[in-house]
Design a binder for this molecule. Structure first.
Ligand code: CTP
Ligand code: MG
Length: 339
């Protein structure tokens, strides 16, 4: 808003915006890339359907919700096992059989992680740079993918902001949930929250509108409004540019967010307190230092990967980005400098 950008001169913002728009072009997936992804999805789908007639095979993640960055090369595929007359194969058994199936079909570097929270099989497609992750019965991920796709269809600034933030996070090595920083999905939710809290807002809270899509997955309510064609003008009263939004994002996470007591909640287009979520203290291995509530699986804190050390790293990176944007006349090069 006006107050938050007061510290950046208008001409700097205009220049920054031009630079970001050029960068955005170079980060948009090429048509070639999309064609390879599409052909690969067809190939994996037919392999899986041969082994599991009646299974539903679905793309999820950034390639499915339109939030992918050029060169990401990561295809997330979910298989819903058929409800056969026989006793249903367990997810772990199915994951092992997926690994065998794709290995026999000549897929490269097959790794299965049947013990993961969501059993997953990873492999490479010969002749492409693509890495595929197949997960079993990962219905919540398919649902949150469609949910983010709905936001992406409302205002183009959402995809633009996510693309810039993901590029920054990858370059600065703070997009590595396995080593204690945040997932791409978490950054996408942080961007939804930012756009929901502009004034006037750029994105609505789809779960607070009448539920045109209803359902429940593993006991979690996934209901929300999904007739996005009626929301095409939603963000129009807000004329902020991408540069202003990028600044707002880093300003919020550097200086605006109350890490001690606040939880980001896309579901409510606002914040909750850690106390009301029961996240005010460490719960088991979860420290709840940076709290982002999953919109459907309400007990899931997307920040739970963060520990004391990595929360320091993250906050230092947010501060670095915000300080560069505020003080440097030409911050783009340094902002995305490889760590
Ligand atoms: N996901 C989730 N909960 C998490 C992490 C991921 O539900 N803690 C789901 C989301 O549906 C997400 C998908 O898994 O979209 C894929 O995760 P990931 O590959 O980390 O994110 P992408 O959005 O695909 O981003 P990228 O372009 O970096 O692959
Ligand atoms: Mg992905």
């Amino acid at each position: 808003g006006a107050a938050s950008t007061a510290s950046m001169a208008k001409h700097d913002l205009n220049r920054l915006n031009a630079g970001l728009m050029t960068l955005l072009q170079s980060l948009t997936p090429t048509t070639e890339e999309l064609a390879v992804q599409d052909a690969s999805l067809q190939k994996v789908t037919s392999l899986l359907k041969e082994a599991w007639p009646g299974a539903n095979v679905e793309l999820f993640g950034s390639v499915a919700n339109g939030l992918s960055v050029r060169g990401t090369n990561d295809l997330d595929i979910c298989m819903q096992l058929p409800e056969s007359s026989d006793a249903k194969e367990s997810k772990v058994e199915a994951a092992l059989r997926v690994a065998e199936t794709v290995w026999e079909a000549g897929m490269e570097d097959v790794k299965d992680l049947p013990g993961a929270r969501i059993p997953v099989v990873k492999f490479g497609l010969p002749g492409t740079a693509l890495r595929v992750d197949v997960t079993i019965d990962n219905d919540l991920a398919c649902a949150n993918t469609r949910y983010l796709a709905a936001y992406a269809a409302i205002d183009p600034r959402f995809r633009q902001l996510v693309t810039i933030v993901k590029h920054w996070a990858k370059r600065r090595k703070v997009n590595e949930p396995y080593t204690g920083t945040l997932s791409s999905y978490c950054y996408a939710l942080m961007c939804v929250h930012l756009l929901q809290t502009r004034s006037p807002p750029i994105l609505p809270a789809l779960q607070l509108l009448p539920h045109t899509h209803t359902g429940s997955i593993q006991g979690w309510d996934v209901g929300h409004y999904d007739k996005v064609e009626t929301l095409q003008d939603f963000g129009n009263a807000n004329t902020q540019t991408l540069a202003e939004l990028v600044w707002d994002f880093f300003e919020y996470w550097a200086w605006g967010h109350d890490y001690r007591s606040t939880v980001i909640s896309v579901r409510t287009a606002g914040t909750l307190t850690k106390t009301e979520k029961g996240w005010a203290q460490r719960v088991g291995r979860e420290r709840h230092l940076v709290c982002i509530e999953d919109p459907f699986e309400l007990s899931h804190d997307l920040g739970r990967t963060v520990d004391r050390q990595t929360s320091g790293v993250l906050r230092k990176e947010f501060l670095r980005a915000a300080t560069l944007l505020r003080d440097s006349p030409n911050p783009l090069h340094q902002l995305f400098e490889r760590f």
